[in-house]
Design a protein around this ligand. Structure first.
Ligand code: TTP
Ligand code: MG
Length: 411
């Protein structure tokens, strides 16, 4: 059956939210991400900043070279998450199936609600209008016969765009002379592989299907299909509650080799992960430690434990994983929970487990972790832990730990 799919994507999402909250920033080149004197990248930037060549994932130093007059701000993920929940709630009203792709992006199957293309246009108009009326933000909407075409359509007239692609023929006509990267799943690696064989555009894929399949195997078969406009994938309902993992990570301004510092940073990360997990009511059975070394080599170590959302357990388990690794300069460290579930795990408790000591020991262990930070650095989080859940405070605190490791403050 013919599907009618809408793809909706917010314009310069983080930056637009900040401009909405701070009207004095409107019309200015606003860059959300690291600050120019820090290590890190651009998360996103306003369309005004894009005119200077700034874009997502660009190194912040390079962004600063392109746009020294820009306004630089750290992201506030909690704020964007809260806005995102409201956005998806509006959009999902019109869909029989909604697939959340990102905080600011979703596929909506509106086949039933729309009935025909005219109905789909009406829904697209309402979605744009309500997004603006209720949140003061603009989005771009694509209406199409397939997911790939809907995504391409929403990008076609950004920002505040609307575009429709009603047939496979229209889609092919639109993209035939574009770079292969216009096709869903073609990233830098695949594009390079194809380019090495002289396949640069969608037309090249259409004209040389055998070469594409020889170079890329099953993925190649999919690309040949997409290049002729065929994509019958359904919108598969997905909600953030189905998230595969909850994690938090930080990049140091200078590499850290000392495991004592990394352990202290893991205390902070563990509390942050606990906070996120509790906020969405999820516990994890898997614990992950992630490190990026100074040579950019990245490793993750994981193992399974009884279901938890406790900072103490997250800390203890990530430290165990850390201790198995050699001391090398670390650039980024992260802690995470996976195999998440909202349902309590069925666990065989022995009578020993059921003594009243358990909550006390958890409380004591939390206090010990925080006391440690107070003793070693003079940082007193007891009572106002929520400070470090803020991106900016967390990063500042981590930097503080790094800088003070050689001269610990005594009680
Ligand atoms: P995008 O939808 O890719 O970008 P955008 O909404 O900022 O801009 P556009 O108008 O082009 O859609 O990503 C949504 C948000 O996700 C973005 O506001 C910030 C965040 N993000 C990152 O943090 N890092 C990244 O590399 C990208 C691409 C996005
Ligand atoms: Mg967007």
């Amino acid at each position: 059956m013919q599907q009618i799919i809408i793809h909706v994507d917010m314009d310069a999402f983080f930056a637009s939210v900040e401009m909405h909250d701070h009207p004095e920033l409107r019309g200015k080149p606003l860059i959300i991400g690291a600050l120019p004197h820090e290590r890190g990248v651009v998360a996103t930037c306003s369309y005004e900043a894009r005119r200077f060549g700034v874009h997502s994932a660009m190194n912040i130093k390079e962004a600063y070279r392109c746009c020294p007059q820009g306004i630089y701000m750290h992201p506030d993920f909690y704020k964007y998450k809260a806005v995102s929940e409201q956005l998806h709630a509006i959009w999902n009203t019109y869909a029989s199936a909604a697939q959340t792709i990102a905080l600011d992006e979703a596929y909506l199957d509106v086949t039933a609600a729309a009935k025909d293309w005219e109905g789909a246009r009406r829904i697209a108009r309402i979605i744009k209008q309500r997004t603006w009326d209720e949140l003061g933000l603009t989005c771009s909407v694509g209406v199409a016969y397939s997911k790939t075409a809907a995504k391409t359509a929403s990008e076609e007239n950004k920002p505040n765009g609307y575009f429709e692609i009603l047939t496979a023929e229209d889609f092919v006509r639109l993209i035939i002379d574009r770079d292969v990267r216009v096709l869903y799943t073609v990233g830098a690696k695949t594009a390079e592989k194809l380019r090495s064989a002289g396949i640069r555009t969608v037309r090249d894929i259409q004209e040389r299907p055998a070469d594409v399949i020889r170079l890329c195997g099953r993925h190649g078969q999919w690309l040949v299909q997409l290049a002729s406009g065929r994509d019958e994938r359904a919108v598969t309902p997905y909600r953030p509650e189905d998230a595969k993992s909850i994690g938090r990570e930080v990049t140091f301004q200078q590499d850290v080799s000392d495991h004592a510092v990394l352990r202290d940073v893991l205390i902070l990360l563990a509390f942050c992960v606990e906070h996120r997990a509790k906020r969405v009511g999820l516990r994890g059975r898997g614990i992950t430690l992630k490190l990026t070394y100074s040579d950019m080599k990245q490793i993750t170590r994981s193992h399974l434990i009884p279901q938890t959302d406790s900072a103490v357990t997250i800390y203890q388990e990530t430290v165990r994983l850390l201790e198995q690794l050699p001391q090398r300069p670390v650039r980024l460290i992260g802690a995470g929970l996976y195999q998440l579930s909202a349902e309590p795990e069925e666990r065989q408790l022995s009578f020993d487990d059921q003594t009243d000591d358990a909550p006390h020991s958890e409380e004591t262990a939390r206090r010990l972790l925080l006391d440690g930070l107070r003793t070693r650095y003079g940082l007193d989080f007891a009572g106002n832990l929520e400070k470090i859940y803020n991106y900016e405070v967390l990063h500042k605190t981590v930097e503080y730990l790094r800088q003070h490791r050689t001269k610990p403050i005594q009680d």
